[in-house]
Design a protein around this ligand. Structure first.
Ligand SMILES: *[C@@H]1O[C@H](CO)[C@@H](O)[C@H](O)[C@H]1NC(C)=O
Ligand SMILES: *[C@@H]1O[C@H](CO)[C@@H](O)[C@H](O)[C@H]1NC(C)=O
Length: 375
């Protein structure tokens, strides 16, 4: 996520380089309090910007963007955690201008990075700021995050509460409340719960059918949305889970010798997404004033995987990093043998995550659905 600031009197946008606040939101190893403090410090700075700029330029369309969830949207919060789910080393981030890894699970930008940028570009005058609380390997099932020492969703919510108090403290009750209710909240979860826990954990897959496990996740999702709503959030976007069975690592691990997407996993994803959609519609009806939009990433990504050449890609089965069959996180590193030269030709950057080029296309779809949140 970048901080986007309209230059006075013009439609020009400046992405404040050097102000990578998300990179500052790193967890301190020992004390979580310290991290919370850093969030608060960063937010203070951000809010001053919001207040100053909105004062000078009128009300921004969207005063802030808060992101919760997993590695689909994590921009580096796992960097200083004791977790193996990390991406803050080469070749991650190699296609950024500075070629530097940030902790994003990608060679470059995430779909939400583009969305933050594009929505700004699309609307001309608004200002997006906020905090990204997401953490790779987190999800709706709390034990998944704990298994990988990532930040569980419940804890992300606690951090959000602290930043909210800060917002109210700095901006005052009235302005603070309008920032909170005007902000966009993005939630992404479920993929890690299935791929990094359910499918490989006999304690889960022997105890629950995929359908029952989905219900557990959806219950937790529903609780999370209700809590966000109770805290004042009114514009919430939630991403569906991708076609799990088409992720290169999933084909390698769960596919039986064939190079095709694993249908069983895709069926589970579709079923989960349908529940997510119907539950979201129910929540929207029940919680008055809530605008809850489901961003579908399943279909767009499935389209890229099944028709790569239509979209300018050469390869959809193997990922760019390493052999492209499995490697992700610490297994995708500078010493991985076989890493491709040009990630733009690949739908997937690593065994689990789309490339920047694919994220760019996904972002267009996110944006289309996102307009209904912004306007
Ligand atoms: C959710 O369901 C509605 C109608 O039931 C449908 O129109 C919409 O496309 C679905 N959204 C997603 C993201 O699947
Ligand atoms: C990488 O691949 C993309 C897509 O095929 C192409 O447009 C681009 O020119 C390539 N870049 C290099 C450096 O070869």
């Amino acid at each position: 996520m970048s901080v986007l600031i309209p230059i006075s009197g013009e439609k020009l946008l400046v992405i404040l380089k050097g102000f990578h606040f998300e990179e500052q939101l790193l967890l301190q190893r020992r004390t979580e309090k310290k991290w919370a403090l850093q969030v608060v410090v960063c937010l203070t700075f951000l809010l001053l910007l919001v207040v100053i700029l909105s004062g000078a330029k009128g009300q921004p369309l969207v005063p802030a963007l808060f992101i919760f969830g997993d590695s689909v949207v994590d921009v580096g919060n796992n960097n200083n955690l004791y977790t193996i789910i990390k991406a803050n080393f080469p070749p991650y981030g190699r296609d950024f201008v500075k070629h530097s890894p940030t902790g994003r699970f990608c060679n470059g930008k995430l779909a939400t990075d583009f969305t933050a940028y594009l929505s700004k570009k699309a609307r001309g005058k608004n200002l997006l700021t906020g905090v990204n609380f997401a953490s790779g390997a987190s999800g709706y099932y709390e034990p998944t995050a704990k298994l990988y020492h990532a930040i569980p969703l419940s804890q992300q919510l606690e951090y959000y509460k602290e930043s909210q108090n800060k917002i109210l403290g700095i901006a005052g009750k009235s302005k603070g409340s309008s920032i909170i209710s005007g902000a966009i909240y993005l939630v992404s979860g479920g993929s890690s719960d299935f791929l990094q826990n359910y499918y490989i954990n006999p304690l889960l897959y022997k105890a629950y059918t995929p359908d029952q496990f989905s219900d557990i996740l959806i219950q937790s999702y529903s609780n999370f949305i209700q809590k966000l709503f109770a805290l004042g959030a009114r514009k919430i976007g939630v991403t569906t889970i991708p076609p799990l069975g088409c992720l290169p690592a999933a084909i390698t691990i769960f596919g039986s010798d064939s190079n095709q997407c694993v249908e069983r996993l895709n069926n589970d994803a579709v079923s989960f997404n349908n529940k997510l959609n119907s539950t979201s519609q129910r929540l929207q009806k029940r919680l008055s004033g809530l605008n809850l939009v489901v961003f579908d990433i399943y279909q767009p990504l499935y389209g890229l995987v099944t028709k790569p050449t239509d979209n300018g890609f050469l390869e959809a089965r193997r990922a760019c990093c390493g052999t492209g069959l499995l490697e992700t996180s610490i297994l995708c590193n500078a010493k991985s043998i076989g890493t491709c030269a040009n990630a733009s030709q690949y739908v997937f950057w690593d065994g689990f995550h789309p490339s920047e080029a694919a994220n760019k296309i996904l972002a267009d779809d996110l944006l289309t659905s996102g307009i209904s949140l912004i306007s």
